[in-house]
Every structure is written in structure tokens, then in C-alpha cells.
Design a protein around this ligand. Structure first.
Ligand code: UDP
Length: 412
């Protein structure tokens, strides 16, 4: 049986002062004919990463709008998550992919979960590749099936995408962050929709924090709050390039020896590779006392992430591949000057030179950090523009609107 994730309450009314009256009214109008609909979200994990981050907000907001929305997490075991991590990497282009035995396990776990899926639903939204086989195994349990892809499938390893494509095309609709992420050959099959993700401006991670409170929290983790701080918040994953971040920091350090670096990374339960890469990152930092490497096992939760982002003079997201960096929007929403990899969804989030900087190498990253640290006015200007852009495009009420619109369209 799949596990239900228990959720707190959220009220759309609380967001009106940020999202505006017009959007709030639009949401209420879209929700009206959908009242009472049974909506189920299914994902691989309730801890760590962007998918769970989004669902903790969007499911309660759907409930507040009158839908009977739920979130279930699939059953899995270590070998399955090893295989799905490999799948994730190969779908992002890595050469190594699943062995035939791993595909069998993938199918087997999906079939077990399809059997265990309980209830009858109006719409089931399946998130990411791990549970993609649910529809095939449990098609009678929902009127509509949507597959929500959170990763970039534009340049996948051909073998795994060939295997997944028939499964994807069975869905009534598929939802992508950007048009270019849709794999070649989908050509309109699977009702393609484009909906970029969003962050919750009122969650503990993103709510307004006073500078004193942010400094107080960072100080407890050994940060000297009177010296400049650069932070990257992300899972320990090669695609997030913490090694490149350390290289960039070292270049900045040569010119600005006062600078400190914080690498804040949560460990997701479906990411066995994370621990290995965490160790590798710690070794690469070579006991530099001005590099703080923290994870959720050091008690770094949402509040602490908020504090680090709010306190930072520069926030980084130096990814090499990135579907859409929630952390980028989180930093922008806090008005922080942000430097991020010029890849995937990030150029959608940052207009280079206006609301942050896009970079292609540790050198360029270091250069931009130095510019910002040397010119606080530049930092303020970028931060202000970034915050306004995030407010317009990437907050939860807009995402709720897009989901309701899609549910409504599938019903007509
Ligand atoms: N995150 C966190 N603690 C950490 C590291 C990451 O809470 O130590 C959160 C981060 O704030 C963001 C999400 O995990 O909300 C990561 O989403 P993103 O889209 O940036 O990357 P993903 O992990 O989904 O690839």
C-alpha cells in the first residue's frame, strides 16, 4: 500500500497580499466547478528535493480551493532507488543506464505499487519517472492520468527514453517545465502542457526573516556574520556541482580572503548516491575552516535554509544540469543577488545581468561573485529585480491556477 503524506493547512486568502486580488479571484473561479474532485498526487519521496517541496504547499492549497486532494508516496527499496537514480541520471544524458535486471525490478516495484494504489480518483498526477508505470498497472483507478516531469529530457540517453516513451504517451496529459524539455518524438502525443514550478512565499523556508534573526541562526553554525558569505543550497549531487562551487570560492578567496562559503545540502531518502558525493565534497574542501558543509542531519531544516539564504551576500546555484532550480527562486524571492549555471530552466528564472548572473564555469562564477561583493549597490539592484520577477512568475498561487486550469480542461 502506498503511504499517505500528512499535510498542514494552507489558506489561499493568506497569499492575496502577495499574489494580488485578480489572480486570487481567477483561482476561485477555476476551482468552483472542480469542488469535491478527488485528486491524488503520487511521488517517490516525501523528503528532500524540489518535488516534495512543491507538494507540501500545492496539495494543501488545492484542498483550500475545495478539491479533495491527497499525496501518496510509493513503496520502494534500496535496489529500486539505486536503479531509479541511474534512470534519472541517464535521462539527463549520462551514459550508464539500467541493466535488464534493474528494468525488471523497476517494472516489478511499479506493478506492486499499482496493485497497492487505493481509492477511486478523478485525476491522478504521477510525479517523475520512478512511479511512471502506475498508470499502466492501475488505469481503472482514475478517470484522468497526468504525468508531471520535473526533469529535463531534451538530451537523454536514447535507451532509457525509448523504454519510457510508450509509458509517457499513455497519459492523458504530460506537464513539463519548458517546451525544450519534451523529448523529441513526443510530437503532441500525451497532451503536452508547460507549467513551470513555483515556491511558497509563506513557508518557513521563504517567509520574511529579519536580518538579525538570520544572522543569529547562521552564527550558531559557525558563520562569522560580519564577513561576506556565499551560499549554495542543494542536494549533494554532481549535477549541482558543489566541487565547482568550491573552485569558484577559492578564486574569490584569493582576492577577498575574508569570504566564507556555506554548502547546505539535504539528503533525500531516494538518493543513495548522495552520501558518497557528500564525502567527496567534504574531502575536496580539505578542512578549510571557512567552508561550512552542512546537511539536514546537522539540524539544517527549512528555517536554517531560509537564514543562510537571507544572510548571504551572494547565493549560488552553479548547476551543470537543472530542470528548474527552486533554490534559485528561493534566493531571488529573498532579494539576494544570485549567480547560477546557464543551464536548463535557470535562464527562465534569471535574466542575465538584470535579475542575477548566469555563468558557464567556476572562473565566471568567481568573477561575478567578486563584482557583487565589491559593489553592494549592484547586489541590491539585482536582488530587487529578481524578487519582483519571482513574485510575478514563480510563486505558488500561479502554480495552483495552472493546475486548476488543466484539471478543468481535462474534464471538458
Ligand atoms: N533543500 C533543503 N535543504 C537542503 C538542500 C535543499 O531544504 O539542505 C531544498 C531547497 O531549499 C529546495 C529543494 O530542496 O527547496 C531543492 O529543489 P531544487 O529544484 O533546487 O533541486 P532538486 O533537488 O529538486 O534537484
Amino acid at each position: 500500500m502506498l503511504q499517505e503524506v500528512s499535510l498542514g493547512q494552507k489558506s489561499l486568502a493568506d497569499y492575496t497580499h502577495i499574489a494580488g486580488k485578480e489572480l486570487t479571484e481567477h483561482i476561485r473561479a477555476l476551482a468552483e466547478p472542480l469542488k469535491g474532485q478527488r485528486i491524488l498526487h503520487v511521488s517517490a519521496t516525501a523528503f528532500g528535493g524540489g518535488v516534495s517541496e512543491i507538494l507540501y504547499t500545492i496539495v494543501p492549497l488545492m484542498r483550500d480551493a475545495g478539491l479533495d486532494a491527497h499525496w501518496h508516496v510509493i513503496f520502494g527499496k534500496e535496489e529500486f532507488f539505486n536503479a531509479t537514480k541511474l534512470l534519472h541520471n541517464s535521462l539527463q544524458g549520462a551514459e550508464e543506464t539500467l541493466s535488464e535486471e534493474q528494468w525488471e525490478l523497476f517494472d516489478e516495484i511499479n506493478a506492486i505499487n499499482a496493485d497497492g494504489l487505493q481509492g477511486e480518483w478523478d485525476t491522478i498526477v504521477v510525479h517523475d519517472p520512478q512511479p511512471i508505470g502506475l498508470r499502466r498497472g492501475a488505469s481503472e483507478k482514475s478517470r484522468n492520468w497526468i504525468w508531471r516531469c520535473h526533469i529535463d529530457l531534451s538530451e537523454p540517453n536514447p535507451a532509457p527514453i525509448a523504454r519510457l516513451q510508450p509509458l509517457i504517451e499513455e497519459y492523458d496529459a504530460t506537464v513539463w517545465h519548458m517546451p525544450v524539455y519534451v523529448p523529441n518524438g513526443m510530437n503532441g502525443n500525451g497532451g503536452i502542457r508547460i507549467i513551470p514550478p513555483a515556491i511558497d512565499p509563506l513557508s518557513p523556508k521563504n517567509m520574511a526573516f529579519s536580518p538579525d534573526d538570520a544572522a543569529f541562526v547562521c552564527h550558531q553554525f559557525g558563520i562569522d556574520v560580519d564577513r561576506p558569505l556565499i551560499t549554495q543550497v542543494s542536494r549533494f549531487d554532481p549535477w549541482k556541482d558543489p566541487i565547482g562551487v568550491i573552485d569558484a570560492y577559492r578564486l574569490v578567496h584569493e582576492q577577498m580572503p575574508d569570504v566564507q562559503l556555506a554548502l547546505v545540502g539535504s539528503m533525500a531518502t531516494d538518493d543513495p548516491e548522495g552520501w558518497e558525493f557528500f564525502q567527496h565534497t567534504v574531502e575536496y574542501a580539505d578542512a578549510d575552516p571557512d567552508i561550512k558543509i552542512l546537511n539536514n542531519l546537522n539540524n539544517v531544516g527549512a528555517i536554517e535554509v531560509n537564514a543562510f539564504q537571507s544572510q548571504s551576500d551572494v547565493c549560488l546555484q552553479k548547476s551543470i544540469r537543472e530542470g528548474f532550480g527552486l533554490t534559485v527562486t528561493e534566493a531571488l524571492w529573498k532579494g539576494r543577488p544570485t549567480v547560477a549555471g546557464n543551464v536548463g530552466g535557470i535562464p527562465l528564472q534569471i535574466e542575465d545581468g538584470k535579475s542575477g548572473f548566469l555563468v558557464d564555469s567556476p572562473d565566471a562564477c568567481a568573477q561575478r561573485c567578486i563584482e557583487i561583493l565589491a559593489d553592494p549597490e549592484l547586489g541590491k539592484r539585482l536582488g530587487r529585480a529578481g524578487k519582483e520577477y519571482a513574485r510575478r512568475e514563480f510563486l505558488s498561487p500561479r502554480l495552483l491556477r495552472d493546475w486548476l486550469q488543466l484539471f478543468g480542461e481535462l474534464d471538458t
